[in-house]
Unconditional design. Structure first.
Lengths: 111, 114
């Protein structure tokens, strides 16, 4: 069965702390996406990772992809309250355009 | 403004009454896709399209139809809606450049089937 699993599913952290969200997947793919969703809102694209070893950074967020381990990470540096949201990873199955999403990680950053 | 639009944004209907949710993008994107989002189940892909006249099933296509007659439009059709299709629906589009690109999501359509 094709699976994309995120952990943790819920993360409560203090401002200024660092943490990592993990996204494991069970199929061959070298295309992985990270999205952010604020409560009651649509999804916003954060990162597109297209090859093994890809690393992208935007502000306090950094995403990486290890296709051999079938693992992507979203690292949060010195969290701020504005980063509170739900974060989804999604994998493109066999690079076909068919996407499987992780369950989402709800991040709560406390002032 | 580059955007993906969906209509309607909210819809309450009854079982069996055919409905169409429209999706349109103004970015000349080849790829378009429909998702549903349900509490505890996350997002699941319904159908996707790599270009005009090309559509493929996603993870949960049962009970839905789509068509892609024009590049900008990708309507989602529920021929005979049932209560288990009550959900929040998102349309998205992207370029196919280099095999993958960021997806732009529409605002969502909240559908309730009674």
């Amino acid at each position: 069965e094709l699976k994309v699993e995120q952990n943790p599913l819920f993360l409560s952290m203090q401002e200024g702390k660092n943490y990592t969200i993990y996204c494991n997947y069970s199929t061959t793919s070298d295309r992985l996406y990270w999205y952010r969703q604020d409560p009651g809102k649509s999804l916003e694209s954060l990162f597109v990772l297209l090859s093994n070893g890809a690393v992208k950074q935007e502000g306090r967020l950094m995403a990486s992809l290890d296709t051999k381990a079938r693992l992507s990470t979203l690292h949060i540096t010195a969290a701020v309250h504005d980063l509170s949201a739900t974060y989804f990873c999604a994998v493109d199955i066999w690079n076909t355009g068919k996407l499987i999403f992780g369950q989402g990680t709800t991040l709560q950053v406390k002032p | 403004e580059a955007q993906v639009t969906q209509n309607p944004r909210y819809l309450i209907t009854v079982t069996g009454k055919k409905l169409t949710v429209t999706c349109s993008q103004n970015m000349n994107h080849e790829y378009m896709s429909w998702y549903r989002q349900d509490p505890g189940l996350g997002l699941r892909q319904i159908y996707y399209s790599m270009n005009v006249e090309v559509t493929d099933k996603g993870d949960v296509p049962e009970g839905y139809k789509v068509s892609r007659k024009e590049k900008r439009n990708f309507p989602l059709i529920l021929e005979s809606p049932s209560p288990n299709q009550t959900s929040l629906y998102f349309c998205a589009s992207s370029l196919l450049e280099a095999g993958g690109d960021e997806q732009f999501f529409g605002p969502g359509t909240r559908l309730t089937v009674l």
